[in-house]
Unconditional design. Structure first.
Length: 321
């Protein structure tokens, strides 16, 4: 049987009002729940929760959710059409940030090959489980998920990290009242701390390299009227020794045709300007990158200065390109 770690985030404790919880062994306030799950039990005594946990323990949950979160953020930003690369940017509407959760539901199903099942989102070890995500302070639990198991994922954008819990969202453990306009209600902080099962520790979300550009550099990389090759050359000059993914290249070349071919086309020119541009598509270049300490996926790129002591300034790049 899996034991429950007792871990607290005191900053979260202070951010929400307390709700006095019913003791374990009591009957949940949810009168519509006719199953034995209406009894308030600790995770160690919840056989369905234990069964789901045993199934989940066979997967690398932190890695799978990291992939799902990163894919969901990329989907919402839609960089290949919008040039956007920062979910906290002023060009991203708060409603778009919130929609990351809806996308994450499907990305998590894909990452773990979970079976879609009604009335909730998925079925794990034969048990219905709902998937909930928040980029805020709490989750919105719909009435159909009351007294059921939920995987609740929290994405902290400012801290660039995420974490997930498995919890039975009893009505008694949700805040009172009518909830939001759809009748959804948040989980009481103490209930999450005491009866939620942490699936993995806080895990970093991969940082988009474009967020490392200065304001001046970003303006030059995305300068209107400049072709794809100019943009990419500037990108590699500004971010040497940085792994650049396919998504980053698509964002820099948003709205243009065949950006990957353009990336390959600049290699000779980049070398003349002091940069060795390597692509993970080719095994020999992947091995060369690894020799310098960079692990490339099949669609990743990295630019290595041939003379590390020479770093072009913004004005130099403007003149060259």
């Amino acid at each position: 049987m899996t034991s429950l770690p007792r871990r607290h985030d005191h900053q979260e404790d202070l951010s929400m009002a307390r709700l006095k919880l019913q003791p374990l062994g009591d009957t949940c306030l949810n009168e519509e729940c006719r199953s034995t799950n209406r009894i308030l039990r600790a995770p160690d005594d919840d056989h369905e929760l234990q069964s789901v946990m045993n199934e989940l323990s066979r997967s690398d949950l932190a890695a799978g959710f990291t992939d799902a979160v990163e894919s969901s953020i990329a989907y919402v930003l839609d960089g290949s059409r919008t040039w956007r690369f920062d979910l906290l940017g002023s060009d991203v509407h708060p409603g778009e940030r919130a929609s990351v959760g809806a996308k994450l539901e499907y990305e998590a199903q894909r990452a773990f090959d979970w079976k879609k099942a009604k009335p909730l989102d998925v079925e794990i070890s034969g048990v219905p489980v709902d998937l909930k995500t928040t980029v805020g302070d709490n989750w919105a639990i719909p009435t159909e998920a009351h007294c059921h198991l939920c995987i609740c994922t929290k994405i902290e954008l400012k801290r660039n990290r995420h974490r997930s819990w498995l919890i039975r969202t009893h009505t008694s453990w949700l805040y009172r009242g009518k909830g939001n306009k759809d009748g959804k209600r948040g989980i009481a902080v103490d209930a999450r701390h005491q009866w939620g099962f942490p699936l993995y520790d806080w895990t970093n979300i991969p940082i988009n390299p474009l967020t490392h550009l200065t304001e001046e550099q970003a303006a030059m990389v995305f300068e209107k009227g400049k072709g794809q090759e100019v943009r990419l050359l500037r990108l590699f000059h500004y971010l040497p020794k940085t792994v650049i993914s396919r998504n980053v290249i698509l964002t820099v070349c948003a709205g243009n045709q065949d950006p990957m071919r353009r990336a390959r086309a600049i290699r000779e020119k980049a070398e003349k300007e002091g940069l060795l541009v390597l692509c993970g598509t080719w095994l020999d270049e992947r091995a060369e990158a690894l020799r310098h300490g960079f692990v490339l996926g099949s669609e990743d790129w990295v630019a290595l200065p041939l003379n590390p002591t020479l770093q072009p300034e913004s004005a130099d790049l403007d003149r060259l390109f």
